[in-house]
Design a protein around this ligand. Sequence first.
Ligand code: ADP
Length: 319
Amino acid sequence: MKRIAVLTSGGDAPGMNAAVRAVVRKGIYEGLDVVGIHRGYEGLLNEELRPLLRRDVGGIVNRGGTLLKTARCPEFMDKVYQKKAAEVLKKYDIDALVVIGGDGSMAGAQALAELGVVTMTIPGTIDNDMCGTEYTIGFDTALNTVVEAVSKIRDTTTAHDRVAIVEVMGRHAGHIAVGSGLACGAEIVLIPEKPVPLEDVCRHLDETHRAGKTNSIIIVAEGAYHSYDVCNFIKEHMHISPSVTVLGYLQRGGMPSAKDAMMAALMSEAAIDGLLAGKRNCLTASVNDHVVLLPYEEAKSITYPVSDAWYDLISVLGR
Ligand code: ADP
């Protein structure tokens, strides 16, 4: 193995830059040439490749976003484009491709692997919703961002004896909502995995307010409800007027937490060591707090759903 390439794909996540830096520097340390591919699979198809040297990745370890930029490339689902991508990698003498991204990006890497390309995938998405791994780079930073924002919202909610609704990311998975709800003491958390009728939300608010609670935080994962629908329902049924804050892209940016920057370094090291040891087409997964290499098919057979115990604890503590 002489020359590897690295790309970031799907939604950006804090810590992706730290992973790019670690792939480049660990690769060079091991005697490899490293090439950066801009804008994910789209850039690969457009041959946006350039060599990366140690100094090219200086000063990015704690910057959010991704130096390589990222993109969504719907045509990459098509075998014709996957074959074209494999040809581009061959044309530039790339012996292996390291993909940093979520489930979709790993599916792209697996498609390339089926065409004979050697790949490794490093899990990077704020949602922590990937198969095969307990942890994805970016999740801890996103959680901290939400907790900081909710603490500020809580000050006003307390001062005015109000109900605040905070919408967080999580179209299909409630990891951010449950983790932040537990960490910031939310009274109610609504997630896609556990549908709760809004009548029950009103009942819960009514009960806790009667028991002396004067303010409440409701965290809504975007995949559970639109926060304004929750607000309108409460207004109509309880004659109170909750505030609504949609955190949106605030959750995707920012300096990675120590945990995310560390995981980026450890997972990148595992990817390069694995390639050099002859391992192929694996996810650098976190399992029982250790980084292990899982072949894609094995990774896809393991899911880490939101913890029921964590979800239940939120309502025990938030009364
Ligand atoms: P994430 O990697 O964060 O899950 P996406 O689901 O948007 O983000 O996937 C990122 C990109 O990966 C897509 O734009 C597409 O180029 C590629 N991709 C997604 N799913 C597949 C698939 N089933 N086969 C091949 N490529 C895919």
